[in-house]
Design a binder for this molecule. Structure first.
Ligand SMILES: [Zn+2]
Ligand SMILES: [Zn+2]
Ligand SMILES: [Zn+2]
Ligand SMILES: [Zn+2]
Ligand SMILES: [Zn+2]
Length: 451
């Protein structure tokens, strides 16, 4: 007489359980939300285990029943010759020690506490050792959350940079935004900022180092078919520390904010005051059948906008510095355009719409980074999309120039702020349609990009 021992659930649940396992496998190391990954491998604890007597004749379609097949998934032996069998992951296994084995260490699994990794059973200990990531900050295996799931945060671009959620506020590289490992501290920049080894390789520390980069930016603008105003070659380009830049910025000017906080990274200092005045003026309003007070900008004779200097935050890598200079170069270009003062007069001193202006500047910063791509080293390409890698920690925190370049582009593309992020995305869309020069013409004529 046939009998079946059902340890964890009844037969009706077996099919559902297989589907759940499929889902568990898919879920494994996919992002539950943008910050948290959860490991659902403990679905494996609910695996269906059955002991099955060999005197059960297989039914007519050869199904061994209980969710298994009529042959051992390990050795292929016919299951009705087997005294004890195990049904797991929708397959049957015989009692041979090598048939139900760990996909990671290849040795026999002899208890029900195994986990599932990429659809195959593995020892819980092997899973933790090989699959569960180590935190880059504290170097421990990431913890489990209240539901018993492994949980961690990761860098949005360098996705193998995984860390315990408790380190979210830890110090980060000011350039690539990776959290600092305790065992390998980042270099201090003298203010509150730190820089990782990869970003340190090409760090720009003084104004002399900025000169050739500024020249390369002007050459780049020329290649984009922009007329480079002669004044642009003579603008002082200054490398300044964090405090100087932020102090200057708080007094006005157009700042380039960095990813992950309001850090000013570049500033284009312009002088347009002194050439005119905002004056109240009465004008007749026909709708109200009366007079109303308007503020109008009056200019005094021939005045020109003047770019005093461009300031760039010191200590950043060469590529990032170049993209900041490209950004500031467009601020300068727009302000040195002969049409700028007409725009100022027409808009009552307003000038450019801020989102449109920053968006166009970010567009050119992005184009600059893209133009650098060819010249960069591509060794050991970083698989930024890999989140299910079986290696638990990045073997080395080293990034190639190309990887950093891709991250800087990614930061511009995914920036959340309505001014810089939305501004960039609008400008980039328009760029696809009409190109850069017409965009800049629209800016000078209308002060803003069309919606
Ligand atoms: Zn077997
Ligand atoms: Zn194992
Ligand atoms: Zn940690
Ligand atoms: Zn870095
Ligand atoms: Zn800007």
């Amino acid at each position: 007489m046939a009998w079946r021992l059902q340890e964890e659930m009844d037969l009706a649940d077996a099919k559902q359980e297989r589907e759940d396992l499929e889902a568990a496998r898919r879920l494994q190391f996919e992002e539950a939300d943008s910050k948290r990954l959860e490991d659902d491998a403990n679905f494996a604890k609910e695996l269906y285990l059955s002991d099955q007597k060999s005197d059960t004749p297989p039914n007519s379609n050869g199904d061994a029943g209980a969710g298994g097949s009529s042959y051992c998934a390990g050795c292929g032996k016919s299951m009705h010759l087997v005294r004890n069998s195990l049904t797991a992951l929708g397959k049957s296994f015989c009692n041979n020690n090598s048939c139900f084995s760990c996909a990671l260490c290849a040795s026999h699994i002899n208890d029900a506490s195994f986990q599932v990794f990429e659809g195959s059973p593995v020892h819980a200990s092997c899973f933790r050792e090989v699959v569960v990531p180590s935190c880059v900050v504290c170097d421990c295996k990431v913890p489990t959350n209240s539901q018993g799931h492994y949980s961690y945060n990761k860098h949005p671009f360098f996705q193998s940079w995984k860390y315990c959620a408790t380190h979210e506020e830890a110090r980060r590289c000011t350039s690539c935004n990776r959290v600092e490992p305790r065992k390998a501290p980042f270099a201090k920049l003298g203010d509150s900022r730190v820089l990782c080894d990869s970003c340190c390789r090409t760090t720009i520390l003084d104004s002399d180092e900025l000169k050739p980069i500024w020249s390369s930016v002007l050459t780049f603008l020329h290649k984009l078919d922009l007329v480079v105003w002669p004044e642009m070659s003579n603008i002082p380009i200054l490398s300044v520390d964090f405090n100087t830049l932020n102090e200057k910025n708080s007094r006005g000017g157009s700042a380039h904010m960095g990813q992950g906080g309001p850090i000013t990274r570049g500033l284009c200092l312009t002088e347009t005051e002194g050439e005119g005045l905002m004056m109240p003026q009465l004008s007749f309003d026909p709708r109200q059948n009366g007079f109303s007070m308007q503020h109008r900008h009056f200019s005094f004779g021939q005045s020109t906008a003047h770019v005093t200097a461009i300031l760039v935050l010191s200590g950043l890598p060469k590529l990032l510095t170049g993209s900041i200079l490209a950004h500031e170069a467009i601020h300068a270009w727009l302000k040195l355009h002969p049409g700028y003062l007409t725009l100022i007069n027409r808009t009552g001193g307003e000038g450019f719409n801020r989102q449109s202006e920053e968006g166009v500047c970010q567009l050119v910063a992005h184009l600059y980074l893209a133009s650098q791509e060819r010249t960069l080293s591509h060794t050991t390409p970083y698989d930024a999309s890999s989140s299910s890698s079986s290696s638990s920690t990045p073997s080395s925190g080293d990034l190639t120039e190309s990887q950093l370049n891709q991250f800087f582009k990614f930061s511009i593309e995914t920036e959340k702020s309505p001014v810089y992020g939305e501004g960039y995305r609008k400008a980039a869309k328009l760029y696809e349609q009409i190109g850069l020069e017409p965009i800049l013409q629209l800016m000078v004529e209308n002060g803003a990009l069309p919606e």
